[in-house]
Design a protein around this ligand. Structure first.
Ligand SMILES: [Zn+2]
Length: 839
């Protein structure tokens, strides 16, 4: 095998390296893949070490298919990030037979088929870690974990050590292969036996073992764990047309695919194959947690489409959660930072759902009563997948004949002895700052991420500091000196200094973080941001009246009472003021509500009448933010004379540009403290601007700077563009009626494209061809689309016509036709309606 066609021009030592790697590949292939070694192990090992030596001396030569990569490269400092391009979608679950049947019935209804006639591809649902492998010209170049579906961790060096992953494909293609990194049950048992023999910690279950082994910064450790990879999907241009073809192709390229793949028919096929899988589950090589059913035919998949990025033609039918019974040894009480008492059931340790469970919380006394759990009872513990274990209830038949006493909340706090009071369903310790547990968790919360973000100040360190008498309250943190803490166990001079630096480094944190860090009940990070934005400074928040608080969106009486209670509490109120003085949180940009709310506006050049500060003040009084530099977040630029680079940048990014008169007009037309319709002003401007330039036609690609224009105009007409709050879905699509529908897609990144029908799901085009226009946000999200258009989709029986009419008669009163005419994107139109011509 020669990867480099130009190998004849390589230097002699390099050529020697190449041929050695070739030979090693051949031997490794015979040994690992065909199980037929062609040379004795000692000979293989010798060549292997030679290649390793050459590679160490000439790292730039290392071939991506070199078998040496299988044993792991040098350790990484941290994992890089991998962008997946095509997102790694999650799958909906069915947790019982009813849910599985509901899925099958919905699918059949939407396809207009009998529920017993639909064909599904069945595959086991492996309990491992999903990975995406990227091959370029047949060479493995990148591997990433699923992460959030869009961005994962770069585990290329780790994945290279997995024998089931071919470093080179037989075909020199560029593609993405998706599958699951797994550990066999046998390998898991082997590693645990070793760990036990060496007195090391055992692995919990195969899933954790696979994930933990893959996410090792040192790939050499991954190499030793013997992971497996099961491939199940392929993304490739002109690839196989269906799942069967994909799996066969993957197999042909050297991937392992499941033997338990089959085609099943209808609801009864789903149920019977699921039951069979449950039966054979214990005998499988790998742990599985259910079975995946995917509508077989691609054209059916396209009709069903996606909802909120979840494929609607796919279901993971999960095995029922495992349940075990065990004894209740006691019910302890934990005191949280707000003083709330939580009952925690102490159990005889029991292995359920792949982990050993010895504590389960019951949230509050009502739950203890509802589930009737008493000390001495036998209870059922349930755990599914990676879900937190729960207590289902007690087995009353197993209770001793003489009965057991009901458990009661203590009347006094178990840690500070203060009285416990009941507030709604909660029991609260009244100890406040004098309660050590409340203090502990308050301090831990204060230092946590998203709050003051003090590195190295986790629970165990706080326990140590309190235990050593160094701190009692949060504010004590700021008086800590390195020499005081250097002697604590596991500390030392360096970490002591680091910790003190981290604490001092939190001085001046943003106001919203400081507010969140106080841990006031009902005030999470979103409310903290709202308060910061509304009041600007902590002093302003302290002096806010109840009326002012209640006037804020999302702040109700409970939140107001909670804030008031915290700030006026004899102890905590003082502590809060002390902390505010120590931390001195950075004031937030205070924003008024107005036509520019949420807008970020840049001023550039010399304005004819207004001074810079005056203009800034007007922008802020209208709710906007005056910012100094142009970025993607800039929503408008106000340019005066001699405007320079910022103006050019704005043009490049397609940001609307105005002059001073626009701002003055907006200010004059804005009765203060009242909102005006910014969108309609924008629409007028858009129309005027478009009128002043030639119309693009369907046949020409629309100029890039038209994107904001099109989006702006559609928004101005009251049409939903994208899904509120989901910027990534900010796509508009304008479809023209014609026998061969065409669509104009404008993306927020500035590109505008014309698309042919194959790009979208057929049902979308069925809608489009039956009607004249369709304008939508996320095309995949049909349910959301219908909701936004005010159409009840009922059981998915919405008619395309109703949906489009509703949209065309949008709130602006302008029909879509008029609108599109106004923005000039539609030139030619085919008069006839061709119903369902594509299908
Ligand atoms: Zn207490």
């Amino acid at each position: 095998m020669t990867t480099f066609a130009e190998s004849n021009i390589l230097s002699e030592p390099r050529q020697e390296y190449e041929s050695k790697v070739d030979l090693l590949c051949e031997w490794a292939d015979a040994y690992y893949d065909k199980d037929q070694p062609v040379v004795p192990d000692s000979v293989y090992d010798q060549l292997f070490r030679e290649v390793q030596t050459i590679e160490a001396a000439n790292p730039e030569w290392v071939r991506l298919d070199s078998p040496t990569l299988r044993v792991g490269a040098a350790p990484l400092k941290e994992f890089g990030q991998v962008e997946h391009g095509e997102p790694m979608l999650s799958i909906d679950n069915a947790l019982n037979a009813e849910e599985a049947a509901a899925f099958g019935i919905r699918v059949a209804n939407e396809l207009g088929l009998d529920p017993e006639e639909v064909l599904y591809g069945k595959e086991p649902k492996y309990d491992g870690l999903s990975c995406s492998l990227v091959y370029e010209n047949g060479l493995l170049v990148q591997a990433g974990t699923r992460g959030d579906g869009f961005v994962g961790e770069d585990v290329t060096a780790q994945v290279r050590t997995i024998r089931d992953v071919p470093l080179t494909l037989k075909a020199p293609v560029t593609c993405k292969v998706r599958g699951e990194v797994l550990m066999t049950k046998a390998q898991f048992a082997r590693l645990n036996a070793e760990a036990e023999a060496n007195g090391q910690k055992k692995l919990v279950n195969t899933r954790n073992a696979a994930a933990g082994s893959l996410r090792q910064l040192d790939p050499r450790i991954t190499a030793k764990r013997g992971l497996s990879f099961m491939a199940y999907n392929l993304i490739m241009d002109n690839g196989p047309a269906d799942q069967e073809g994909i799996l066969n192709w993957l197999k042909g390229q050297g991937f392992k695919v499941s033997d338990e793949v089959e085609v099943v028919k209808g609801l009864s096929g789903i149920q019977s194959s699921f039951e069979r899988m449950a039966e054979i589950r214990p005998n499988l090589e790998f742990d599985i947690d259910g079975t995946v059913y995917k509508v077989l035919k691609h054209e059916h998949q396209q009709v069903l489409g996606y909802s909120n990025r979840v494929p609607r033609f796919y279901i993971a039918y999960k095995f029922p959660a495992e349940e075990k019974s065990t004894a209740v040894l006691g019910i302890d009480v934990q005191v949280g930072r707000t003083g709330a008492l939580t009952p925690v059931c102490r159990l005889e340790p029991v292995f359920v759902g792949g982990v050993t469970v010895s504590n389960v919380t019951l949230h509050n006394l009502d739950q203890v009563r509802l589930k009737d759990v008493r000390v001495g009872d036998t209870v059922i513990v349930r755990r599914a997948g990676d879900v937190i274990p729960e207590i289902v209830g007690s087995l009353k038949d197993m209770r001793p004949a003489e009965g057991l006493p009901e458990w009661e909340m203590p009347e006094h706090c178990p840690t500070c002895g203060s009285a416990v009071i009941k507030v709604n369903a909660k029991h609260i310790c009244t100890g406040g700052v004098s309660c050590p547990d409340q203090q502990l968790y308050r301090i831990v919360h204060f230092a946590s991420r998203g709050c003051m973000d003090i590195d190295g100040l986790g629970e165990s360190t706080v326990v140590q500091l309190i235990g050593a008498g160094l701190i009692r309250t949060i504010s004590d943190l700021y008086a800590l000196q390195p020499e005081q803490i250097a002697n604590l166990e596991g500390m030392g001079k360096r970490s002591a200094k680091k910790l003190v630096d981290a604490i001092q480094g939190s001085v001046g944190r943003q106001l919203h973080r400081f507010i969140a860090a106080l841990g006031i009940e009902e005030v999470g990070s979103a409310t903290a941001k709202l308060l910061a934005r509304s009041f600007g400074t902590f002093e302003a928040l302290l002096s806010a009246t109840d009326e002012e608080l209640l006037a804020l969106p999302d702040v109700g009486p409970a939140t107001t009472a909670s804030i008031r209670g915290a700030l006026t509490d004899a102890h905590f109120g003082d502590e809060v003021r002390k902390l505010a003085a120590l931390v001195n949180p950075a004031p937030a940009d205070k924003q008024a509500e107005g036509p520019l709310t949420g807008q970020s506006i840049v001023l550039t050049g010399k304005l004819p009448n207004l001074e810079r500060d005056e203009a800034k003040a007007i922008i802020e009084s209208l709710g906007g933010k005056a910012s100094s530099s142009v970025s993607k977040k800039t929503t408008a630029v106000i340019a005066g004379e001699e405007a320079g680079q910022k103006l050019a940048q704005a043009k490049e990014l397609g940001i609307p540009i105005y002059d001073e008169s626009w701002l003055l007009a907006l200010d004059a037309s804005t009765p203060k403290a009242e909102k005006i319709d910014f969108a309609s002003i924008e629409a007028e401007r858009v129309k005027a601007e478009i009128a002043a330039r030639p119309n693009p036609t369907w046949e020409s690609r629309v100029a890039v700077e038209d994107t904001p224009v099109v989006i702006g105009a559609l928004r101005a007409a009251g049409l939903p563009v994208g899904i509120p709050g989901d910027e990534s879905a900010d796509i508009i699509c304008v479809v023209e009626n014609s026998p061969i529908p065409k669509a104009l897609i404008a993306c927020p990144n500035g590109s505008v494209f014309r698309f042919e029908p194959t790009v979208f799901e057929p049902s979308f085009w069925a809608f489009a061809t039956r009607n004249y226009y369709l304008v939508t946000g996320n095309i995949a999200d049909r349910t959301g689309l219908a909701e936004r258009a005010g159409v009840d989709m009922g059981s998915n029986k919405v008619s395309g016509r109703a949906l489009l009419r509703a949209k065309a008669d949008g709130p602006s009163g302008m029909t879509l036709e008029q609108l599109l005419e106004a923005v000039g994107v539609v030139k030619e139109r085919t008069p006839e309606l061709v119903q369902g011509s594509l299908f």
